[in-house]
Design a protein around this ligand. Structure first.
Ligand SMILES: *Cc1c(COP(=O)(O)O)cnc(C)c1O
Length: 421
């Protein structure tokens, strides 16, 4: 079902690969194969033995063999090599993860941050200056509005929200529009955006296109290949995949943007722990098989929900009746476990009974782990989405890796418990 599994991707092998075997032989293999083998530790030259996994290298600083070695490292760093000279940059574990995420996204360089939100903030702060205008879809992940209100506004940056469904010809860039932000599909209602059309509009005006690719995790959706300049991903979700890591990543398409991100990343002092990097790398090895199973379960649950009288509407671009379905077919290589439903009621108490009655879906934010989750979407969050018109409560579901029959049975009994039949 997921076509990405059958595609070949090429990537630019990043220059420095300390502690790792060369991966040139991987470059023509399928992405799934590359994800399993990238970063493989080199054999010990003495014994010819190597571990399977990249070691977790925890360190706050690095030691240099001599002042001469120190001087040479500094010189090579100035020439653009990624040799660690201090703990904040991380060592083999970080480098392997950065390379793997750059590989996934098809970018030139990846920067790790302590959360998805910090990755978004890094991208904005690397690109904008006072007086700039920025366009953000109204379907954007909620905390981006907080970044706007708490920091961007104070810096004199004018953020304008546009409808994600607008045709590119209806979007007005200004002479000072520096950044066009895209989140496709959007948060909560999964509105698809025409990234290639928006990117060519932005390019004509010299604006940089930043895409939040948390939904696609670099595997189901490839913003850089579709025209974005920077891809941002919350590795917290599908990349780590087990609800036990907070992490973000920013991937630049080219070296010039990478240099700007590098400076801001350094100035903000962003870093992640080696244990987190190790867990994220471990999660990424199974990203393709987990996503394929999330999609199979989603495909089992969608028709059940579509036929259920308790459901007024499905929000999921993989569903043929969704307004974003054509763009999803064109631009995505599959689906994950995410969907929302508008309930067939205006009674918020019935919605709360439905959510409370679910036994297998944990109530909570986030998604992308192996487990099912549910959240009753706040009406204030929906009011900000131009795609939403109505008064029916919306429930977001993350379809996990439990057996689909059990998930459907759980949903069925919860509708009954809520009187939504
Ligand atoms: C969760 C999420 C983020 C933020 O990730 P955190 O690691 O929780 O900070 C960013 N964008 C989207 C679309 C998300 O769903």
């Amino acid at each position: 079902m997921i076509e990405a599994a059958g595609r070949l991707y090429e990537h630019n092998a990043p220059a420095a690969r300390l502690y790792m075997t060369t991966t040139h032989f991987l470059m023509t293999r399928h992405l799934d194969t590359q994800l399993l083998h990238t970063g493989s530790p080199a054999f010990d030259p003495d014994t010819g033995v190597a571990p399977v996994n990249v070691p977790t290298v925890r360190t706050s600083t690095v030691r240099f063999a001599s002042t001469d070695a120190f001087a040479q490292v500094m010189q090579r760093r100035r020439a653009g090599e990624r040799i660690p000279s201090y703990g904040r940059q991380g060592m083999a574990t970080h480098q392997a993860l950065q390379d793997a995420i750059a590989l996934l996204e098809g970018g030139s360089r990846c920067f790790l941050t302590p959360s998805g939100v910090s990755a978004i903030s890094l991208a904005f702060l690397a690109l904008v200056k006072p007086g700039d205008h920025v366009l953000v879809p109204d379907s954007v992940y909620g905390p981006v509005r907080k970044l706007d209100r708490s920091i961007l506004r104070r810096l004199g940056i004018d953020v304008e929200y546009y409808p994600p469904g607008a045709a590119a010809s209806d979007i007005r860039l200004r002479p000072n529009t520096r950044l066009l932000y895209i989140e496709s599909p959007g948060s909560l209602l999964f509105e698809m955006q025409d990234l290639p059309a928006l990117a060519s509009l932005a390019r004509a005006q010299g604006a940089t296109v930043v895409a939040d690719n948390t939904w696609g995790a670099g595997y189901l959706y490839r913003p850089l290949a579709l025209g974005a300049d920077i891809s941002v991903v919350a590795a917290t979700k599908y990349i780590a995949g087990h609800s036990d890591v907070m992490m973000g990543a920013v991937v630049a398409a080219d070296a010039e943007l990478a240099a700007r991100l590098d400076d801001t990343h350094y100035a903000l002092g962003l870093t992640v722990g080696a244990d987190e990097a190790s867990l994220a790398l471990r999660g990424m090895r199974t990203l393709p098989v987990r996503l394929a199973q999330h999609q199979r379960n989603l495909e089992a649950v969608l028709p059940f929900l579509a036929r259920h009288p308790g459901v007024a509407r499905l929000w999921c671009p993989a569903w043929p009746e969704d307004p974003g379905h054509e763009l999803w077919r064109r631009d995505c290589q599959g689906a994950n476990g995410l969907l929302s439903i508008s309930l067939n009621t205006t009674d918020v108490m019935a919605a709360r009974r439905f959510v409370d009655a679910l036994a297998l879906f944990g109530i909570g934010y986030s998604w992308g782990g192996y487990e099912s989750l549910v959240s009753l979407v706040e009406p204030a969050d929906l009011a900000a989405h131009s795609a939403y018109a109505g008064s029916q409560p919306v429930v977001r579901l993350h379809i996990g890796l439990e057996h689909a029959d059990d998930l459907i049975a759980d949903l069925r009994q919860a509708f009954a418990a809520a009187g939504l039949e």
